[in-house]
Design a protein around this ligand. Structure first.
Ligand code: 13P
Length: 249
């Protein structure tokens, strides 16, 4: 059985007090979720978040990592540093990093390797822009992004692959379940081609305007194993309800 996971990506949001409240509110829900729950937060908040979540059902991850071991990379954080603080995973290849900071497929792949070498699981994001979709290039873009990572790590090294269509992120316009499933099936096929036994076990998450209202429809699809949630994850009870929808399907 594949893991089912909901991951919060807080992006550049939160504060020490808001984060404490979030964890308190999330853990105050009467029923513990039967799926895995991960919160990815800005680097500076991670140590306190790890402490706040210690012994609970919440795992903590980073939103990014530098691919180098150490050295003159001002402002950057290495995978070994993340491992020392007890993190379980980190997001790599988020479209905001690809678009705003010029991250290439090759760099994303190197980041994934750095994480694996330090015992962390990469959450690899892939996704097409609206122009790429309209040109009919979606499968080619997704496969190019995925191939870069699969050329350097095995499917069993992956924490998850997250399909995040760029046009659906922060727009309130989620991909409809069938559209997302078609891309998830293509990702699954590529993972299984890399290694059949391992590829079947990699969770494939959908991200892009997921809310408690549209989550159930997405989670009914056979290859949608969870969600990577931005805006709706900033509220603990909204994020919990997305987790609940996942546990029910
Ligand atoms: P939204 O849920 O705000 O659309 O963001 C999705 C995302 O980018 C998660 O990584």
């Amino acid at each position: 059985m594949r893991d089912r996971i909901v991951i919060a990506n807080w992006k550049m949001n939160g504060s020490r007090e808001a984060n404490r409240q979030w964890v308190k509110n999330f853990l105050a829900q009467p029923v513990k979720l039967a799926c895995r729950t991960v919160v990815c937060a800005p680097f500076i908040h991670l140590p306190e978040l790890v402490e706040a979540c210690r012994g609970s059902s919440i795992e903590v991850g980073a939103e990014d990592v530098n691919e180098n071991v150490s050295g003159a990379f001002t402002g950057e954080v290495s995978a070994a540093m993340l491992a020392e603080f007890g993190l379980s995973c980190a997001i790599v290849g988020h479209s905001e990093r690809r678009r705003l900071y010029g991250e290439t497929d090759n760099r994303v792949a190197m980041k994934a390797v750095a994480l694996v070498r330090n015992g962390l699981k990469p959450i690899v994001c892939v996704g097409e822009t609206l122009e790429e979709r309209e040109r009919g290039d979606t499968p080619a873009v997704i496969l190019r992004q995925l191939n870069a990572v699969l050329s350097v790590i095995r499917p069993s090294d992956l924490g998850a692959v997250a399909y995040e269509p760029v046009w659906a992120i922060g727009t309130g316009r989620s991909a409809d379940p069938e559209t997302a499933q078609a891309v998830h099936a293509c990702i699954r096929q590529r993972l299984v081609q890399a290694n059949a036994a391992e590829g079947r076990l990699v969770p494939i998450l959908y991200g892009g305007s997921v809310t408690p209202d549209n989550a159930a429809g997405l989670f009914r699809q056979p290859d949608i194993d969870g969600a990577l949630v931005g805006g709706a994850s900033l509220n603990a009870s909204s994020f919990y309800r997305i987790g609940e929808a996942l546990c029910e399907h």
